[in-house]
Design a protein around this ligand. Structure first.
Ligand code: NAI
Length: 468
């Protein structure tokens, strides 16, 4: 590190480290509230979610889905669609389209920050102490910023397997989203969110995909009822999933896999995608000089996102599960308001989680253990007109609700099916507002929409569903 004398020291009220959905939202809100705010970011604005995560992956998943429609139209299909010629993907154009969306959103974030009068400092931040940050710009120039408040929002990074490090044909989600061509064969380690979302998308685009999962079922963070329709969808898509299986090495285009039962496997793979989780990015920017307590791998915070060091705050993937963009943004907004003197807490009833496989999975609130104190009900998408008319009724999809037996207070919703991610808003609103089953059942839902299934599930829990 250079001595302080080398660079001019500027003083600000708020310094935000990291320009992802946690950091940029915190900075915009701080700016809106009149705080003199600097956002330090070495990369483009938008963070993992916007640049190399949620947004580009959703674009790729959409393109894959559209291509699948074309391919299905080459053969017999219930809709009577017909494509008589060849269908093909110009993958370079697909990537340009995806990158265009990312560029537009990233530029948009820059515009929003300017409007909120936030100063963006391009460069790598490194803390000398809890409130002094040295930023090295792309040209090597150093500036030192002293802040009254620091908001840490450095996010997370993919976990590597020691025996199969990233590089060459071994990809993290970042490289998978920028592949120049659809690989002929793709092996995926880890059947969690990213592995399944991208594995299914590449299969739809024509790759032969094989998934290797260490545990005994896919999407182990969800219960078996929710993952079962996804298991069937993998089979329909021709994706082989090896469960209770551990990848031990990758060489010469072959993945070595040991299985709890059965002989070891050698899986041919042009590319290998490793998606075995993410970990908070706590190294490389001086955290060790900030006297901030950790909680396992995460930064320890209270319900105001305050760390153990006064006026140092931390948000998003850095502070624990769930590692989701919308949680980070909500925390960012909360912290900015607290710094501006408002009384706020980060204490949500429920944070929605969506897995964008085909079909999708959505879950809001913790699903309770069965027992006399809870009532639950399931409503099948096969009984919903909108789902059927969008080909979403025949893959075992459903919506379910759980509530307290005594006062009918809703505890959780979950759903699996095509397009069910759009139900997450109403589910979250009902939970956050403390709704009871009668509230959900009494709402007038537009017909024909899938949201009717929420009312029907609540009615079923009350013992008198109409359409089932
Ligand atoms: P994940 O935690 O969802 O799944 C990792 C999977 O890898 C688990 O099923 C685990 O059992 C398996 N695994 C671990 N080590 C293994 C090994 N050696 N061999 C075989 N399998 C192994 O992690 P993923 O998919 O990398 O995603 C990371 C995080 O990113 C998620 O937890 C989520 O918070 C976030 N994310 C959210 C998305 C969304 O909201 N739609 C989409 C993508 C990611």
């Amino acid at each position: 590190m250079s001595p302080l004398a080398e660079a001019a020291v500027s003083k600000v009220q708020v310094l935000v480290l990291g320009g992802g959905p946690g950091g940029y939202v915190a900075a915009i809100r701080a700016g809106q509230l009149g705080l003199d705010t600097v956002l330090v970011e070495a990369d483009r604005l938008g963070g993992t979610c916007l640049i190399r995560g949620c947004i580009p992956s959703k674009a790729l998943i959409h393109a894959a889905g559209e291509f699948e429609v074309l391919r299905r139209a080459q053969g017999d299909n219930p809709l009577g669609l017909k494509v008589t010629g060849e269908v093909a993907v110009d993958f370079a154009q697909t990537l340009r389209w995806k990158d265009g969306i990312v560029d537009r959103l990233s530029d948009g974030v820059g515009g929003l920050l300017r409007r909120a009068k936030v100063r963006v400092v391009r460069g790598w931040g490194n803390f000398r102490d809890a409130r002094t940050c040295e930023v090295t710009g792309p040209d090597g120039a150093i500036q030192v910023i002293e802040a009254e408040h620091v908001i840490l929002a450095t996010g997370s990074e993919p976990v590597a397997l020691p025996a199969i490090p990233f590089g060459g044909d071994v990809l993290s989600s970042t490289e998978a989203l920028a592949l120049p061509a659809v690989p002929e064969t793709l092996a995926v380690i880890g059947a969690g969110y990213i592995g399944l979302e991208l594995g299914m998308a590449f299969a739809a685009l024509g790759a032969k995909v094989t998934i290797v999962e260490a545990l005994s079922r896919i999407l182990p963070q969800y219960d078996p009822a929710l993952s079962a329709p996804i298991t069937r969808a993998l089979e329909r898509a021709g994706i082989e999933a090896h469960l209770d299986a551990r990848a031990t090495g990758f060489a010469d285009g072959r993945l070595s896999v040991e299985r709890a039962q059965g002989p070891a496997l050698q899986i041919p793979a042009d590319k290998l995608l490793v998606t075995v989780g993410r970990r908070p990015r706590t190294e490389g920017w001086g955290l060790e000089r900030m006297a901030v307590d950790l909680d396992g791998p995460f930064i320890k915070v209270d319900d105001r996102c305050a760390t153990s060091m006064r006026n140092v705050w931390a948000i998003g993937d850095l502070v624990g599960e769930p590692m989701l963009a919308h949680k980070a943004s909500a925390q960012g907004e909360t912290v900015a308001e607290i710094i501006a003197g408002r009384r706020r807490r980060f204490d949500p009833v429920a944070i929605p989680a969506v897995c964008f496989t085909t079909p999708e999975v959505v879950s809001v609130g913790a699903w309770p253990e069965p027992g006399p104190e809870v009532i639950t009900a399931v409503f099948p998408l096969a009984a919903n007109g909108r789902a059927l008319s969008q080909e979403g009724g025949d893959d075992g999809g459903f919506v379910r609700v759980a509530a307290r037996a005594d006062d009918h207070r809703i505890l959780a919703f979950a759903a699996v099916g095509r397009h069910v991610s759009e139900l997450s808003g109403e589910m979250t609103a009902l939970l956050e507002m403390g709704a009871v089953l009668e509230d959900a059942a009494g709402l007038i839902h537009a017909h024909p929409t899938q949201s009717e299934t929420l009312g029907e599930a609540a009615l079923r829990a009350l013992g008198h569903a109409i359409h089932v």
